[in-house]
Design a protein. Sequence first.
Length: 438
Amino acid sequence: MDIEGYAKRGLLRKDKSLDEKLAERILEIKNISQKQAREIASAVIIEAKATLDPKGEILKPISSGVTMGDFGVGSRGMGDFYTHEKIAQVIGKTSAVVDSSHLDDSGVVRAGGEYLVVTIDGMHSRLSDFPFLAGFHVARAALRDVYVMGARPVAMLSDIHVADDGDVAKIFDHIAGITTVSELTGIPLITGSTLRIGGDMVIGQRMTGGVGAVGMAHDLTSRIQAKPGDVILMTEGAGGGTVSTTALYYGMEELVDETINLKFIDACEGLFDAGLVEKIHAMTDVTNGGVRGDAKEIARTAHVKLVFEEEKLRKLVNEKILSMLDNLEIDYLGVSLDALLIIAPPEYSHDILECVRKNGVAIDIVGKVVEGIGAELIIDGKSHDFTPRFRESAYTPIKKLVGEKTPRNFDVMKKAVDKAAVQAIEKKRRVVERLKDV
């Protein structure tokens, strides 16, 4: 619970009983005396008052009036993709070989004649109560993001934040999950950061954090290299953090075991060992909003159209996981399957298929790249629209309640977000100019 935020909301509405209410909220979580709770509440209110109305350009935050939840940020759909485009706009043009504007899995710069590939992945927010699982899946996700750029990972780093009342053992459990992947792949976890969420101002046991990875490459397989005439291949997928979350919050925890594997990494290592990575135009992991989301991002970045065969996609989803998703009416094409998507010239498809299968991973050709824009899905010979929804497939009870439909005021919200991005760019420009003049 964010007690600083609670205090500031109370101050803004001039709540005369704020001290008492805040103390009650604190006692709901902390096992302390009423006197101690009142003392904490009083101190929090003093600090909240001091920072309630900051002055000056650097301190005063930019506001759009649009919340993260309303706009679907982090929900791997239209609102999330739009926000990431704005992030790239705020960052601006860089000297990187691949930066945020490419909407790729990692960023790339040149270093010593080679490509240095860097990525960061946040742990799944709903796995806070399952630190080991969170660590395993976020570590695997970070490594995937390096592999799909045509790079071999060389190191990992972690960032862990646990709220004030969280057990210290959460850190160790989480690290154990990360280093399980590390020990099995030989890619060391070499550094990191451990902090409390919000310091003294966030109480409870919530945990969050992320894992980063660094890799080196001679050739890149970024999305922008997809070309008309290429074929699309996909490996088997059983999901990761998202599918684990679905299983846990629908009472099917036995299915979590289906997600504990390194098949994605086995497939990539096989392609590297066989010298096939240099024959591949583009790779990605099926995560952000599922195949739907990845198809949109690749098509937009490479200015091509992607055509998928639904029947072949379906056969590559783990049977138990697919059954769960179908029974829960969750669109399997709109959630993270953690499969490897490969886009390559057709003359290399046989070698790729043979190589991956030799490494014990199922794979098939699931589509093609053609001239045009966007993506389409072929079902029983008929073409269907394949655009992502406003949010990724609703995969927990609360997500089903929130829904996937685009809000009626989405265009209005986009304009407000556009304005906030421009304000951030202007703020950056003014501060840069001021510092240059010093």
